[in-house]
Design a protein around this ligand. Structure first.
Ligand SMILES: [Mn+2]
Length: 374
């Protein structure tokens, strides 16, 4: 049984929880190593204080599940069976207490909870273990960090593919298509979110949408993208200057974001709070008068999902700890005019913050890259 599962069972004992029911596919994958998206079917990991865990899957997943887990009983149901009735029978067979349940309130729909309640009318489903899972997942194992480095490698490759594709007149959508096509040909078939490529003023919205805009000389091109590799996400943003004559405003905005990004990367350390790290970057942007245009938190945790705990934001007094993974992504967005963001995700250890991505960040990075590729 994994160390993380043992940690949860210890917690069940101290909380007086008889049964913990996890139905988030990512939780299941995290705890037992079996990955599947059940759609409307039921996939669940059921933990007890003093009995072996049950992995409950749709019948079509049973063989894969058995092959990928160790020391866990796998049971399945057919589409023609009532999964909740099957779960009840499995649990009742164990003759263990069933009064107090912990569930993932962020994942278990009301309908599913009612289905469980109908099978166990005298049980309580009040305890929420969503936060507990977030907390455990914040601290990555060395095996997880290795996967995240690989996911980072492919994010850097994606930026390079995108940079090579740039030319006057190409559209944002065409650059997105090129990136995803080239990655798929190389065996990377899942992005961690919709790839973003935004030209010039279209990048002035932090959640802009790529479309038919055509690239012109001396515009910024904002790439925000990542891939899923072996179940782990990457996420990086580069704002490349396409041309060689940035205006003084373009230079000033870019250098301010870069300075905030580099300073936060350099100064991030264990035991600092998430809020303190946000402030380090935000102060630099405020001092240059762009504060109102940095309208989001400095960063977010990352792992199996592209956004998870911790949130690197003002007011979050959570201390940063060893092996936590998160983004550092300051930005300045002046509506209708200019948008610049620079983002790297990485992990913390005793010697500081270590990025998973390495594409250069200076304003002439695009020019240098093109020269070197020739
Ligand atoms: Mn991000």
């Amino acid at each position: 049984m994994s160390e993380q599962m043992e940690q949860i069972i210890e917690r069940m004992k101290s909380d007086g929880i008889d049964i913990a029911f996890f139905n988030d596919p990512q939780t299941v994958e995290y705890l037992v190593g079996f990955s599947s998206e059940p759609h409307e079917r039921i996939l669940a990991l059921i933990l007890f204080q003093d009995a072996p865990p049950i992995l409950f899957t749709p019948a079509l997943d049973q063989e894969d599940a058995k092959a990928s887990v160790d020391g866990i009983d796998v049971y399945s149901y057919l589409d023609t069976e009532n999964p909740w009735q099957s779960i009840k029978n499995l649990i009742v067979d164990k003759s263990l207490p069933t009064t107090n349940w912990a569930i993932e309130k962020e994942q278990l729909t009301v309908a599913k909870r009612e289905a469980l309640q109908s099978q166990f009318p005298n049980s309580q489903f009040e305890k929420d273990y969503s936060k507990l899972l977030h907390t455990i997942r914040m601290q990555k194992t060395s095996a997880e960090l290795e996967k995240m480095k690989k996911a980072g490698f492919w994010a850097d490759e994606a930026i390079k593919i995108g940079a090579r594709a740039l030319k006057v007149g190409i559209t944002e959508s065409e650059v997105v298509a090129e990136i995803e096509y080239q990655l798929k040909k190389r065996g990377v078939d899942q992005m961690s979110f919709s790839t973003m490529v935004l030209f010039g003023e279209n990048a002035a919205s932090p959640h802009g949408v790529p479309g038919p805009n055509k690239l012109k000389e001396d515009q910024f091109v904002l790439f925000d993208l990542g891939v899923i590799y072996e179940g782990y996400a990457s996420d990086t943003t580069r704002t490349l200057f396409f041309g060689d004559q940035p205006t003084s405003e373009q230079k000033d905005v870019y250098q301010t974001v870069l300075n905030a990004h580099d300073t936060a990367m350099d100064q991030a350390k264990i035991n600092m709070t998430a809020s303190e790290l946000d402030t380090i970057a935000r102060r630099i942007i405020n001092q240059k008068g762009y504060g109102p245009y940095f309208n989001h938190r400095l960063g977010h945790g990352i792992g199996q999902s592209v956004h998870e705990f911790p949130s690197i934001m003002e007011g979050n007094q959570l201390p940063l700890i060893d092996s936590m993974c998160f983004s550092i992504e300051p930005g300045i967005y002046i509506p209708g005019n200019i948008g610049v963001r620079i983002e790297d995700c990485g992990y913390l250890d005793d010697s500081g913050f270590h990025s998973f991505t390495f594409f250069p960040t200076t304003i002439d990075a695009y020019q240098n890259f093109i020269k070197e590729s020739k």
